[in-house]
Design a protein around this ligand. Structure first.
Ligand SMILES: Nc1ncnc2c1ncn2[C@@H]1O[C@H](COP(=O)(O)OP(=O)(O)OP(=O)(O)O)[C@@H](O)[C@H]1O
Length: 734
């Protein structure tokens, strides 16, 4: 029991709800709060005298009491020490800390990271990393993302089950998730570097791990309304450690790339960075090769004039070189991307004769020709696959010209499918380049950087999937944290009445459950293979999901929609287009065209796809977007459940990404959305202050009476009981 790895638990809860019979915790809890001991003792007396007061009055008084000490607010390193825990006290504390340029704060088991929107170099220097890494008790240092990193690392070193670790970084767009993940990767690449010590490992594996970032960001990030470097995909990176806990490799799993962005950008947004990098960074020779004259405008390259530090081709190319992507492959990648840009400038006009395919004007013909050239496909076949559909009836096939809008859809589909496959190829290449052989590593630390909860004016399938992922993570957080904590108390032999928590199972059942859920009904609709009707689908949802209280409908709305009560708030989803997005159909003519590409890379991207789709066609099963996403999320959850999780909640202090600007109304919404106040309450009701037994004994052992010490030495009593007796001794002395 007295294993140094097992922590001592310090409870931080209002005395009136403490379960212990001897009151030991009461005094302990009060002493845990900085400079407020006396006040709280008075507070206790006041409380017993003022039982007649209404609960609300006394809470308001407590809040006023707490907030009156403004000068002290920034000193609360852990929000569980805030008393009372309310949205306003928590908010004030965070605001005070932000004003004092303190960006990290513990919230029990979670780290809250406020985005400074300004480089703070001294906060992340190599020296600071080493300080946290070499400290005997890093948790005694100021809150920092490096504490989370170090704690996970020491857990692996300590080989405490579950040995593998997951660092879950969440927050809304622009809150700082990607930045935090990069910081964590740099930390491990520094403190767990293997290359110097072990020359025969893959050359500079740390370099490769770090170089995966600029490449994936170039291809997967874009400037959006909310963040100039927004990740348009989710990722889970496993840093692989050998038996000496040195970094020997890594692998990355990506989720739900927003491929629609290639062919459609919202009015104030941009395409993926890589296109702008090419446009701005190409040499004269490359410009000729990629057919990208400087003066040429591209429809799929809006806001190219915007200067962004992310528009740096050189950095991406260097990282690609370090990852082992040779010149030949790079040329192929860039030519394919350039081909997509040309495709975006192709417009279709209705045919002059009925029953004829749509026509292209001179300009469009020129762009299509360049696209065919760059993608190395036949121009005629490219034009035909964009404008004519092949209908099959048994062994017969009939050619049917597409309408003007259908041609546009097919052009966009071609671009999206190529980009998505190229991105997957890149991720596979990166994995092959940095993944260590299974025999070389035994444990991992996983970093999860997923898109935050999204609620726009118009929400569709993408938001439903993203918010579903957030529901899953929230469920994991709440269940894991509360379950693990409360089980620990029981193991320790402490009296504990189980705390109930807000369960989001109802919402998850609504989205993914069986037999009837939004996903199952969407899939069914897609498999029926009929023209989708939004109003009809809404009626179906209403009928089938009538009993679920997490779904509702605004009867006055003209647009077919449904509203889901997520843990972070209500989100209204439009149904129009949802079924089509779920099917995500790729016309077979497009696949067959790409399979015939003379470009070996493009050809290989679709050769495999062909085998898969043949297989799935035989089983006549439509693999929908939500099915794929649900499966990949389930695999992720399995990994998360098998690891020790650490949570970091990034908060965006203002919507305009302005340095050192704290907008209360912006922050409170995020605190509510991630349930942080609830988390603090749970932590505060439990035992948020944990000291390893060894350290505790070292510090306080001398005041224990000898009889007790003898008992613990003979293991006659559990360590928790020893601790309780010891605290009683302390109380007697006081
Ligand atoms: N700790 C930090 N110090 C300084 N600047 C930061 C920090 N964290 C974030 N930033 C700034 O905030 C910007 C947005 O952060 P980041 O891209 O990590 O957000 P995100 O949560 O990953 O957003 P998205 O979900 O859109 O990808 C960064 O480009 C950077 O300029």
């Amino acid at each position: 029991m007295a294993n140094v790895k097992q922590p001592l638990l310090f409870r931080n809860k209002d005395v009136s709800t403490v379960n212990s019979s001897d009151g030991t915790f009461r005094s302990l809890e009060k002493s845990g709060r900085p400079n407020r001991q006396k006040e709280k003792v008075h507070g206790l007396k006041d409380r017993s005298q003022g039982l007649r007061k209404s609960l609300n009055d006394s809470l308001e008084e407590d809040i006023r009491d707490f907030l009156i000490n403004e000068a002290e607010l920034h000193t609360y390193d852990d929000l569980t020490k805030v008393n009372p825990v309310t949205p306003s006290t928590v908010l004030k504390c965070l605001q005070a800390r932000y004003s004092a340029k303190v960006f990290y704060t513990h919230a029990g088991c979670t780290l809250v990271a406020l985005n400074p929107f300004q480089p703070i170099p001294h906060l992340y220097s190599l020296d600071v990393m080493r300080e946290y890494h070499t400290a005997p008790q890093p948790q005694e240092f100021k809150p920092h993302i490096f504490i989370v990193a170090e704690e996970a690392y020491r857990n692996v070193q300590g080989q405490v089950e579950p040995i593998n670790q997951s660092l879950v970084v969440s927050g809304e767009s622009g809150a700082g998730k990607t930045w935090t993940s990069r910081c964590l990767m740099k930390y491990y690449a520094t403190v767990a570097a293997s290359s110097q010590k072990c020359q025969d490992t893959v050359e500079k594996i740390e370099r490769r791990v770090l170089d995966s970032n600029p490449v994936m960001e170039a291809f997967g990030n874009a400037c959006t309304l909310r963040n100039s470097n927004s990740s348009r995909f989710g990722k889970y990176i496993q840093l692989q450690l050998n038996s000496s806990q040195l970094l020997v490799g890594a692998s990355v799993q990506t989720y739900l790339l927003e491929k629609t962005r290639v062919a459609f950008q919202a009015p104030t947004e941009r395409n993926f960075h890589i296109f702008y990098q090419m446009m701005k960074g190409a040499t004269e020779k490359q410009r000729l090769e990629w057919m990208l004259p400087l003066e040429q405008d591209f429809a799929w390259l809006p806001h190219a004039e915007k200067p962004l530090e992310e528009d740096c081709l050189q950095e991406t190319v260097e990282a690609m070189i370090n990852l082992g992507i040779d010149e030949g492959k790079r040329t192929q990648v860039f030519r394919i991307l350039a081909g997509l840009l040309q495709l975006g400038n192709v417009d279709f006009s209705p045919a002059s004769e009925e029953a004829q395919p749509c026509e292209l004007d001179g300009h469009s013909k020129g762009f299509l020709g360049k696209a065919a050239d760059l993608l190395q496909v036949s121009l005629d076949e490219l034009q035909s696959c964009l404008t004519v559909r092949t209908l099959r009836a048994g062994k017969q096939s009939v050619l049917k010209p597409c309408s003007q809008s259908e041609c546009g859809v097919r052009r966009d589909c071609l671009a999206k499918v190529i980009y998505a496959q190229l991105f997957d190829w890149l991720v596979t290449f990166i994995n092959n380049s940095m993944c260590a052989d299974n025999s070389m590593w035994c444990n991992f630390i996983g970093l999860l950087d997923v898109y935050g909860f999204e609620c726009f004016l118009l929400n569709n399938l993408e938001q439903l999937c993203i918010n579903y992922a957030n529901e899953k993570l929230q469920q994991h957080f709440v269940a894991h944290y509360l379950k693990a904590q409360q089980e620990e108390y029981v193991t320790e032999g402490l009296q504990w009445s189980f705390i109930r928590y807000q369960d989001n199972q109802g919402c998850l059942d609504l989205i993914e459950g069986s037999p009837s859920s939004i996903f199952s009904l969407l899939n069914e609709e897609c498999r029926l293979n009929r023209a989708s009707d939004a109003t009809q689908f809404r009626v179906r949802l209403q009928k089938e999901l009538l009993d679920n209280s997490s779904i509702s409908w605004d009867k006055l709305s003209k647009e077919p929609h449904f509203t889901v009560a997520h843990y972070a708030g209500n989100v209204s989803y439009q149904i129009e287009g949802m079924m089509e997005k779920n099917k995500d159909p790729v016309p077979p003519e497009i696949i067959s065209l790409l399979q015939k590409s003379q470009d070996s890379l493009l050809h290989s991207l679709f050769a495999e796809d062909d085998r898969e789709s043949e297989g799935s066609r035989k089983h006549s099963k439509v693999v929908t977007v939500v099915s794929k996403f649900k499966n990949s999320l389930e695999s992720l959850m399995k990994i998360l459940h098998s690891t020790t999780p650490h949570y970091t909640r990034c908060i965006k202090p203002n919507p305009d990404c302005r340095p050192l600007t704290f907008k209360k109304e912006e922050v409170i919404v995020q605190l509510e959305a991630c349930g942080i106040v609830e988390t603090i309450n749970i932590s505060a009701a439990g035992f948020p202050i944990r000291i390893p037994y060894g350290s505790f004994l070292q510090r306080y052992g001398m005041i224990a009476n000898t009889k007790l010490t003898a008992q613990i030495n003979r293991a006659d009593i559990s360590f928790s009981h020893f601790f309780l007796s010891l605290m009683n001794t302390v109380l007697i002395i006081m």
